[in-house]
Structures are given as C-alpha cells and as structure tokens.
Design a protein around this ligand. Structure first.
Ligand SMILES: [Zn+2]
Length: 451
C-alpha cells in the first residue's frame, strides 16, 4: 500500500514532456571502445621505466621520467594519427624552482592531448581528465630506487590514455583535455602549473576529473569491491580559502552540498550508473581522503569544479613503497596488484561522464530562486543558453538531506518557471539545460535572487 502510494507520488512529479532517451548511443559507442587489454599493456609499460620520479634521469630511452613522458606522447600521437589527427598532443613544460620537495630547479613536463569541440558555441567549454605519471618509492626524495607506480598512478594515466585514444574517433560539442601530469608526488606541481596558466588565460574549465589510484578493487584483507569506485567531490573548503564572494550566498541558501564540484559529482554518479552496469559511484562530499591530496585540488583552489576518483579501499603496502619483501609479504606498487578489468571499468565510468558532459549544453548561468515575498510557490530563473541545439530546461529537486536528485520536471524552453505549492524552504533545486538529443547538463544551483 505504501509502495503504491509512493509510486503515485513519484508519477505525479514526472515531467509532462517526453522523457529523453536514458542512454545516448554515442556514449555507448565510446564505452564499447575502451579495452582492458590496452590499459594492461600501458600500465605494464609505465611500470617498466624503473622509476618515473620527477627528479629522475631524463637522458635514457628506457629508464626515468624523460623516457616515460616521451613514450606517453608518442603513444598519444599514434592514437591521434589513427583517428585522423584531430587530437592535438603537446608537452606543457616549465622549470620548477626549488621548494619543499624539489632540491634543485627541475623541468616538469605535462603531456596534454586536446580534442577540440566541434560546436562553435561550446568549443570554449573545456572538460579535463587527468592522471599523474610520476611515481615515488618509500622516500619521496629518492629518485633512484625502483618505483613502478603501477596503481599510483599508471592506472590513472592508462585510463586517461585509453579514453583519449577512443574518444579521438568521436565528435563532441565541447572540448576535452586528456592530461598525464608530473610532479604530483612532489606537491601537485604539474597540475598546479597547468591550472594556473589556464586561469591566466581565462579559459572556461567547466569540469575537471583526477584519476589517482584506480587500479584495484581489493582491500588489504583480500575483500573485493569490484562494483564500486569512490568519487571525492566537494568544492566548499576551496571556496572558503579563496574567499569567494559567492560563499556567503551559497551558505545562506543551504547550498553547502551544491557547489559546482558537488553538482559535477552527482552528474558523474548518475552517468556512471546509467551506462556502466554493475558499477556504483560512492559520492563522498570531501575534497579528498584524510592526509592525502591530488591533482584536482589546484583546480578547486582556482574556483573550478574538480573531483577525484579513487579505488574503494586502498592497500597501503602497495603505495609509495619500495619494492621489497617484508615478513614474506611482497610490498611495492607492482602491476601484479592491479586489476586491469577494474581499471577499464573506471575508465568507462569516466568516459560516460565526459562524453555526456561534452555532448550536452553548458550549465545554465545565473540561476536564481526568487525571494521576493513569503509564498509557498517556488519561482526559478536563469539566463538562456546560446547553443543552437538547445531544446529547453529541466528542473530537478530533492528533499533536504538527500544526496542525489530525486525528482525532475521538463519545463520547455523558458528562462523562468514557477513550481506551484512547492516551498523553496523544503527542497534543494537545480536547473539543467537539455539539447534536442536529450543530452543534459549538470545542474545549476539557484542562488537567492531579488529584483
Ligand atoms: Zn597518486
């Protein structure tokens, strides 16, 4: 009885307009192209350079970080040629001056592959996905010891490379940037450099995903969580430290779970679970794990929506450890502890989100909830998108305290809409843009609006 009542209530809030297709065949085509065998081969190759320490040698073709980055670039160049040359592969190099984990000036080089968007109105909107190709043994300053870094973070780099090589065959409205960064273990140096340059150029980074330690679903007790990945998604602490003027408004409107990073997290959870059967995304509203950071943080600190994927339970015997046997137990970050099929699944989770984002319109700008008088209706307004294939908008909402969107209503191509008898005090709302193929943007959190 209760179930049927719930069903009636659920149906009552379903949109009047036709539901868009739950899956876009273009996204499925991308996911079908992602192969675990390619990921395995690339992880094994990356682990074979002895070390990829940021301070390691660059004069060898088989050992050290120089050989590793030249190999990554050559692979991506090869993929670009195979796909017709639209993927633009380049080094992003700079000299890092001495600092806490950098004893001497060192050249740090990111490998950056850009797939330009094909819709003029969307091509300046950029989504970034990254992994870091540098590695460390037990001592973060030891540039000589073996540091295979198979999980941390050849897994992320291999996933990003496979996505680049597959997605280069497809066309997306918005621009995708696939990055293998260096200097992560020495202080997030490569990603911070790229994020800072991007900020100076005023580029529109609409979303950034770091993949760091996505190699194994097996915890130290041997238990497998093969169908899960964690996604750390929280922009509020970064907004506080950057003293954003938006912070007060977000806080006043109960939006502490609705920063752009939170909305990106919700979006990626939704696309992953729709397109990749058997995978659950555990959405965790924290910037990262305790005592740890990643390449998304420099982006968050500069005001971009940035999140991090990481395996469900970590085994610290296989991270930042010398390759050695301790009490009969093999330590070290070796390929034998990586599950390549699992990495492929996480790559598909990423690609489902990235492809959906890059096919969809931008998040509606200047979303507001009208706070003009005391009333039980909720009126939302936003600025109209300018994409030529825009079809309209969808209002999403959830109970206060619920982690993900529960209800939707398609409201047509309008820039203002009133939900009757729906008090804004009782729900969290979002505004989504839709194109003619049913591709949906992440939600915009409406801030308090007064005339
Ligand atoms: Zn890492």
């Amino acid at each position: 009885m209760r179930a049927s009542l719930a069903l009636v209530l659920f149906l009552a809030v379903l949109p009047c307009a036709a539901q868009p297709p739950a899956r876009n065949p273009q996204v499925d085509a991308v996911l079908n192209g992602i192969q675990a065998a390619n990921i395995e081969a690339r992880i094994r190759k990356l682990a074979s350079f002895h070390t990829r320490h940021t301070l390691s040698r660059t004069d060898s073709d088989t050992q050290g970080i120089g050989a590793a980055r030249r190999w990554i670039k050559a692979e991506l160049d090869q993929c670009s040629r195979a796909a017709g040359g639209r993927l633009q592969v380049a080094f992003d190099a700079f000299i890092q001056q001495p600092g806490r984990r950098v004893p001497r000036p060192v050249e740090i080089v990111n490998v950056v592959a850009t797939l330009p968007g094909t819709q003029p109105q969307a091509a300046s909107r950029i989504y970034v996905v990254s992994g870091h190709y540098d590695s460390i043994p037990s001592n973060v300053m030891d540039a000589e010891a073996q540091a295979p870094g198979a999980n941390d973070d050849a897994s992320g780099v291999a996933a990003v490379m496979e996505m680049a090589c597959v997605m280069a065959f497809h066309r997306f409205d918005a621009t995708l940037v696939f990055m293998a960064v260096a200097g992560e273990e020495q202080g997030l140096l490569g990603s911070a450099h790229w994020a800072e340059e991007t900020k100076k150029k005023r580029l529109n980074i609409a979303g950034m995903i770091s993949n760091d330690i996505i190699g194994s679903p097996t915890g130290p007790d041997g238990k497998r969580y093969d169908g899960a990945v964690r996604l750390f998604a929280n922009g509020l602490p970064a907004l506080i430290t950057s003293k954003s003027p938006e912070l007060e408004q977000i806080a006043r409107a109960g939006g502490e779970n609705d920063t752009p990073a939170h909305e990106l997290g919700r979006y990626l959870k939704d696309t992953a679970e729709r397109y990749v059967p058997g995978m659950t995304v555990r959405l965790i509203p924290r910037p990262d794990r305790f005592l740890r950071g990643g390449d998304h943080l420099p982006f968050l600190e500069r005001g971009y929506a940035a999140v991090r994927f990481v395996e469900p339970v970590e085994d610290y015997r296989h991270q930042h450890k010398n390759v050695t046997v301790v009490n009969g137990v093999q330590e070290g970050d070796l390929p034998q502890f990586v599950d390549f099929d699992y990495v492929a699944k996480v790559a598909r989770v990423n690609a489902a989100g990235l492809a959906s984002l890059a096919l969809a319109p931008a998040v509606p700008r200047d979303a507001g909830v009208e706070v003009v008088q005391l009333e039980n209706d909720t009126t939302l307004r936003w600025r109209a998108n300018d994409e030529p294939d825009l079809a309209g908008y969808r209002i999403v909402w959830r109970e206060v305290g619920a982690p993900t969107w529960q209800y939707t209503r398609d409201v047509g191509n309008v820039a203002r809409y009133t939900l009757k008898d729906m008090p804004k005090d009782n729900y969290i709302f979002g505004v989504v843009a839709l194109d003619r193929d049913g591709n949906a943007s992440p939600a915009a959190f409406p801030r308090p609006w007064r005339p």
